[in-house]
Design a protein around this ligand. Structure first.
Ligand SMILES: [Zn+2]
Ligand SMILES: [Zn+2]
Length: 371
């Protein structure tokens, strides 16, 4: 058969027109998807080695889904691997549980997700899919009630006669700046996901953070005084709650995930697209996390290698030194400074007796905090 006449053949298969340039390769959509999916499968299959099913229990993994591009693409990639193993009668090393924390209970402005959730369930009938509201943190983390009261201080009154939804809203409203709100929300969400994972018998959480997001988290974490807890927020390994945190998308840029989603039509019924960043929002009203994400996305487009380096370097942080150190009751971060550095202690950050329970990062986000 004569070879196809192609103007710009894909450098991998040489059998289709190339559609995009990825890491100096001109690829067609199929080769592109195979190329980046392979990175994720390698990551997962190295960590959760596939055992013969009769010889060992499967790993139980939790994937929190936000209906964003990254977690949706990660799930699609894991499902591709699942199907391939099924077709080839290969052993499955793990079971995947999917958790959706209802976006409308986190951000009032978020779009309704009922249809997206239905599509998620239909496309994942082989998985356990659960959906819980953000305020179910009171049920999953019973001690959170007391932690919130101590954290917010005397000016915050927790009215237990109100619904959990209203109580959580009142607590969140007591925190003043955009950065602090995002910061505390992240701590609460992590706790909720961790406790849900434990109750579901999971031993690991797969987070859908891309390379770009991890770089932004690393930079924002340092800016917010959370350098000491960066280990488990950006690097693969054990978290303070005895669950492993894994970041299988750590080698992929956000732009690559967007391309993948664009080439996968079935994802359009699951993904809720990001709101384009508004130029009208004053910078001072953006959280440090949002600012860093914008910065990384802008700069990452020009210098992808630099951002990859930030995420790669952060992954070298070793949490093993911190196992026995006292930790923050809210976020699980270290209470004092890192081992071997006695320059700053949390007790010096506030004058009340509660100061020792919360880390420096959480103290900065506390209602009424001036720093
Ligand atoms: Zn190709
Ligand atoms: Zn903390």
């Amino acid at each position: 058969m004569p070879a196809k006449e192609l103007n710009h053949p894909c450098t991998e298969c040489k059998d289709a027109e190339s559609e995009l340039t990825v890491r100096q390769k001109q690829l067609c959509r199929h080769c592109f998807k195979r190329f980046i999916t392979h990175k994720v499968h390698m990551h997962i299959n190295t960590v959760y080695k596939f055992r013969k099913e009769n010889n060992g229990a499967r790993h139980q993994l939790l994937l929190p889904m936000s209906f964003g591009v990254s977690s949706s693409v990660l799930l699609h990639m894991l499902n591709t691997d699942f199907q391939r193993r099924l077709d080839n009668e290969l052993p499955m090393g793990y079971d995947l549980h999917i958790l959706v924390v209802e976006p409308s209970t986190m951000t009032a402005a978020s779009a309704p997700c009922d249809q997206n959730y239905e599509a998620l369930q239909t496309n994942n009938s082989m998985r356990t899919v659960s959906r819980i509201p953000f305020h179910s943190i009171f049920e999953y983390v019973p001690e959170m009630e007391e932690i919130m009261r101590e954290y917010a201080g005397p000016q915050f009154v927790d009215d237990t006669s109100r619904s959990n939804e209203e109580r959580l809203a009142a607590f969140r409203a007591s925190i003043s700046t955009a950065t602090s709100k995002t910061d505390v929300d992240t701590a609460l969400l992590t706790r909720l996901v961790v406790e849900f994972a434990k109750k579901s018998g999971c031993t690991s959480v797969l987070w859908g953070d891309s390379d770009s997001r991890l770089a932004a988290k690393a930079l924002a974490g340092v800016a917010k005084g959370r350098g000491a807890s960066l280990t488990w927020q950006v690097s693969d390994g054990m978290s303070p709650w005895g669950l492993k945190f894994q970041y299988p998308l750590r080698d992929l840029y956000k732009t690559e995930l967007l391309e993948y989603a664009g080439f996968t039509p079935e994802l359009s019924e699951i993904i809720i697209p990001d709101e384009p960043p508004s130029d009208n929002v004053l910078t001072k009203n953006l959280s440090i996390d949002e600012l860093m994400m914008r910065y990384v996305q802008n700069q990452g487009a020009k210098y992808p290698g630099v951002m990859a380096n930030v995420a790669r370097t952060a992954n070298k942080l070793d949490p093993s030194d911190t196992k026995t150190a006292p930790s923050c009751t809210l976020c699980g971060g270290l209470l004092g400074n890192v081992k071997g550095n006695v320059g700053v202690t949390v007790a010096g950050q506030a004058e009340d007796c509660q100061s020792s329970q919360f880390c420096y990062g959480c103290m900065r986000s506390r209602p009424g905090a001036l720093c």
